[in-house]
Write a protein that binds this ligand. Structure first.
Ligand code: FE2
Length: 203
């Protein structure tokens, strides 16, 4: 079985309210995880891969269930990254290799944030905005529903959930404020660790 991650529901006040976080974790994230485990158990999968490897080896499954597996595995991966990189006591701005590469790509941290907000605001319907490593370059992309960047050969470094369930109780239709506030709760310690690990792997 793939196991759930823990989450402290009160950790993101006032930017994300406890009720939203509680529902998001229990009714959405855990649903993807349960569905994924159910499908895999029905197909007698032996859990030899981690989730990223599972996505990369999707062709080992029967064609008729690949879509369902990818949808739910994407749902788990996307939520786990989103929940993992947000908290109220994190490092507020990037440093090290990450800030170097952000400056190379976007000119400054502030430009990067503006660009992220602009691209994220353009997302139609449900989906996620990601900062990804695409070959050797940082890129901000939107993907629909629960698509994971891994299926396109890209590695997600930051994930922002833009499904209405992530913000609607508190922000209603003001999704731009939700996106802006995301930058008050990103823990760049976490993001830098992910980035540096991935860069090492790519070498
Ligand atoms: Fe979500």
């Amino acid at each position: 079985m793939y196991k759930k991650i823990d989450l402290d529901y009160s950790s993101l006040e006032p930017y994300i309210d406890n009720k939203t976080l509680y529902l998001h974790y229990n009714k959405h994230y855990l649903k993807y995880l349960d569905n994924l485990n159910k499908i895999l158990q029905n197909s007698e999968y032996d859990y030899k891969y981690n989730l990223v490897e599972l996505v990369n080896n999707i062709n080992m499954f029967d064609e008729t269930i690949r879509g369902e597996i990818l949808y739910n595995a994407g749902g788990v991966l996307n939520h786990e990254l989103y929940f993992d990189i947000i908290n109220n006591n994190g490092k507020k701005e990037p440093s090290g290799k990450l800030i170097e590469d952000i400056i190379k790509q976007y000119g400054s941290y502030n430009n990067f944030v503006s660009e992220f907000i602009k691209i994220s605001s353009r997302l139609k319907g449900s989906g996620f905005t990601f900062l990804v490593l695409n070959n050797d370059k940082l890129e901000i992309i939107n993907l629909p529903n629960q698509e994971t960047p891994y299926i396109y050969g890209m590695i997600p470094i930051i994930a922002l959930d833009m499904w209405e369930h992530s913000y609607y109780l508190k922000y209603e239709n003001n999704k731009e404020q939700y996106i802006k506030n995301f930058f008050s709760i990103i823990d760049f310690n976490k993001v830098e660790n992910i980035y540096e690990k991935e860069i090492q792997k790519n070498k």
